[in-house]
Design a protein around this ligand. Structure first.
Ligand SMILES: NC(=O)c1ccc[n+]([C@@H]2O[C@H](COP(=O)([O-])OP(=O)(O)OC[C@H]3O[C@@H](n4cnc5c(N)ncnc54)[C@H](O)[C@@H]3O)[C@@H](O)[C@H]2O)c1
Length: 331
């Protein structure tokens, strides 16, 4: 069935991939993005062009509003202009370390912006909502793998605290207004168009230039990396789940790969994919960084039939090929 979805942060890394996938499935997409300069907005313009082309190729309606989720007027304009069936809330300030420098800004965007979205959804009777949370809510959880049943009361960055608070706000709207809401805890997402501030993109860039790779800590910290097509797949499944009319849903899902690899191993895998020998510069651990992320995604598997497919070597190889043909050629 053709539906109209509202995707916030639609010109970003994950938002543009999700938009493409939903358009290819024949849906209409309405989107908002403020094209902020957290990283080069030219990259977001390129993402926008790709999504626009996908919409044309699939004969679907696509409109992106250039605006801010903290601006209630533009949200009202959007809901007045379009009949929205479901929402995916991706727009956020996404970096962990910068959130320590600018906590007010993170709270403002990630929580006031989210509240505006929940309010406008409630006011317009839109009952299906997917909120994108993060594995960072687990902080330095001692038990691995991380399960949705674990207590997440010890976030160690303002970013993580806003994501946990966002999950709570979502619960409140579910309880008060019977909205169906899924909160998705993404575990580090990578693939073509990945944010340039994230490790895989940054290390690839430095390695190809023959520059040193800053390695924070002794290389034993580990991350559970999730390839973009697997994340998009899980997100679409969660969206279909909350679209069910006869259900009363609030749920939290880990979307990860359940296969953490150490920082040292990650650097080696990128070295192989780029054909370069990594030059490592050892630096102390950074505040806010967690030691390990490791997802138990059995709940998402059971309820959503989520099953990540792409292994790290294949995913990194895809990323490096994309980087070489899309980023290097324009530098
Ligand atoms: N990439 C990851 O590894 C990862 C992991 C866990 C969670 N997440 C979450 O997934 C979401 C998307 O992340 P991403 O990696 O695609 O980041 P991204 O920065 O590429 O995308 C976010 C988009 O939101 C837009 N945006 C930010 N503030 C806005 C505002 N006030 N109004 C309108 N638009 C605004 C940005 O311009 C950007 O295009 C974020 O909520 C992030 O916290 C990402």
């Amino acid at each position: 069935m053709k539906r109209t979805y509202f995707i916030t942060g639609g010109a970003g890394f994950i938002g543009s991939h999700l938009s493409e996938r939903l358009l290819k499935e024949g849906n209409n997409i309405i989107s908002i993005d403020n094209f902020n300069d957290y990283y080069d907005p030219i990259l977001k313009e390129k993402n926008y062009e790709i999504v626009k082309r996908t919409a044309e190729e699939n004969n679907c309606h696509y409109k992106l509003y250039r605006g801010d989720i903290r601006d209630k007027n533009i949200l009202e304009e959007i809901f007045n202009n379009h009949s929205i069936d479901g929402i995916v809330s991706l727009a956020a300030n996404a970096g962990v370390r910068p959130s320590i420098e600018a906590p007010e800004y993170y709270v403002d965007v990630n929580l006031m912006g989210l509240t505006n979205l929940l309010e406008i959804s409630k006011n317009n009777g839109v009952k299906s909502f997917v909120f994108i949370s993060s594995s960072s809510v687990y902080g330095n959880n001692k038990k691995v793998p991380f399960s949705e049943k674990d207590a997440v009361d010890n976030p160690i960055s303002p970013y993580a605290a806003t994501k946990k608070a966002g999950e709570l706000l979502c619960y409140t709207y579910h309880a008060l207004y019977k909205m169906n809401i899924a909160c998705l805890r993404y575990f580090t997402v990578y693939g073509p168009r990945q944010r340039p501030d994230l490790a895989i993109n940054k290390f690839t860039r430095l390695m190809l230039k023959g520059e040193e790779i800053p390695m924070y800590g002794d290389g034993t910290t580990a991350r559970d990396y999730t390839y973009i097509s697997d994340i998009v797949d899980g997100t679409v499944k969660a969206l279909n789940y909350v679209m069910q009319k006869d259900k009363y849903i609030y749920d939290i899902f880990n979307l990860g790969g359940s296969n953490p690899i150490t920082l040292k191993k990650l650097i080696d895998v990128i070295g192989e994919a780029t054909g370069k020998r990594p030059k490592i510069k050892k630096l102390p651990m950074q505040p806010g960084d967690v030691n390990i992320t490791y997802s138990d995604f059995s709940h998402a598997k059971e309820i959503l039939n989520y099953e990540p497919k792409i292994k790290i070597e294949e995913g990194i190889s895809n990323f490096v090929k994309w980087y070489q043909s899309n980023i290097l050629e324009v530098q």
